[in-house]
Write a protein of this length. Structure first.
Length: 126
C-alpha cells in the first residue's frame, strides 16, 4: 500500500527508469541526429502536453527508435522531417493520443459556455 501511495505522489518508478534509458539513447546518437532529437524533444514538451506517462514513454521510445535507425542507415535529417520540422513534430505527437493537459480545460470551457447559454443552445447567438 505504501509503495502505491509513493508511486501516486512521485510517478511510476518504471517510467522514470524508461525515461532515463530514452535520454541515454538520445545522448548516444551521432550528430546531427542528437541535436535534432534534442530540438524535437524540447518542442514536444511544449506542444504535446501529454499527461499520461505510459503514452509519453511509448512516444519517446518510438522517437529514439526513429533516430537510431536513421543514424544506422545514414538517412539525412531532412529526408525524415521534410521542409517543415514543425509539421513533422506536430504530426508525430498527434499520433500518440494520450490524455493531454488541455483536455481538462476544453471540457471546462465547453461546460462554461453550455451553462452560460442555458444548456447548450448552439447556433442561436444566445
Amino acid at each position: 500500500m505504501v509503495a502505491k501511495w509513493i508511486e501516486t505522489v512521485t510517478g511510476s518508478l518504471e517510467q522514470k527508469k524508461q525515461y532515463k534509458q530514452y535520454k541515454a539513447r538520445i545522448e548516444a546518437l551521432p550528430e546531427p541526429y542528437r541535436s535534432t532529437a534534442r530540438a524535437f524533444e524540447r518542442y514536444f514538451m511544449y506542444f504535446g502536453g501529454v499527461t499520461d506517462g505510459d503514452t509519453l514513454i511509448t512516444m519517446f521510445g518510438d522517437f529514439a527508435d526513429l533516430w537510431e535507425r536513421a543514424a544506422v542507415d545514414g538517412t539525412p535529417v531532412r529526408a525524415i522531417v521534410g521542409d517543415n520540422p514543425v509539421d513533422f513534430a506536430e504530426d508525430f505527437a498527434r499520433a500518440y493520443n494520450g490524455a493531454q493537459w488541455i483536455d481538462k480545460e476544453r471540457t471546462r470551457l465547453t461546460k462554461a459556455i453550455d451553462d452560460a447559454t442555458g444548456g447548450g443552445e448552439r447556433g442561436t447567438g444566445a
